[in-house]
Design a protein around this ligand. Sequence first.
Ligand SMILES: NC(=O)c1ccc[n+]([C@@H]2O[C@H](COP(=O)([O-])OP(=O)(O)OC[C@H]3O[C@@H](n4cnc5c(N)ncnc54)[C@H](OP(=O)(O)O)[C@@H]3O)[C@@H](O)[C@H]2O)c1
Length: 142
Amino acid sequence: MIIIGACCRGGGVGFEGGIPWKNKPDLRHFRKTTMGKTVLVGRKTYEKMPPLKGRDVVVLSKTNGAQLDDYADQDVMLIGGPVVWRHALEKGYVDRIILTYINLTTVCDAFFPMSFLEHFDIEKVENLGEITCVITYKRKMN
Ligand SMILES: NC(=O)c1ccc[n+]([C@@H]2O[C@H](COP(=O)([O-])OP(=O)(O)OC[C@H]3O[C@@H](n4cnc5c(N)ncnc54)[C@H](OP(=O)(O)O)[C@@H]3O)[C@@H](O)[C@H]2O)c1
């Protein structure tokens, strides 16, 4: 399983159910990286996001949707939010994390679970523009 997400300074990823910035380089990168793939999304994120054409979208819900545990060993991308990212990281399902860092200071009430990065090594760093950088992390071998 691969996590993909974007955070601003301080690790914020969302505010009041949405994403509090518009960043075209990251949107292009997200589209390219997820195109043709199966993407898993938490129910709360799904309710506020635009449709994702060209991707097979699976909505995760404990009460009325797919269960994250059923995708443990599958070749899927987990696009958030923090509640489902954290669950997958705690369970050890995640092989790679593709995280965009956006150099903006923005008020957020949802955050990427950064503490889990200590279990990952940096594999690749890619600059997408003046304020946008993507780091790909690979899980450390134990
Ligand atoms: N910047 C980014 O890259 C990015 C990406 C994604 C989201 N976000 C932001 O993150 C915020 C929302 O995130 P969130 O953490 O509050 O919610 P979320 O992760 O999107 O959704 C949480 C919901 O997922 C379901 N769920 C939780 N654990 C599950 C499991 N083990 N199996 C199946 N379903 C499970 C539950 O749905 P039920 O209540 O229906 O049971 C839960 O309420 C928004 O602000 C959004 O914009 C940012």
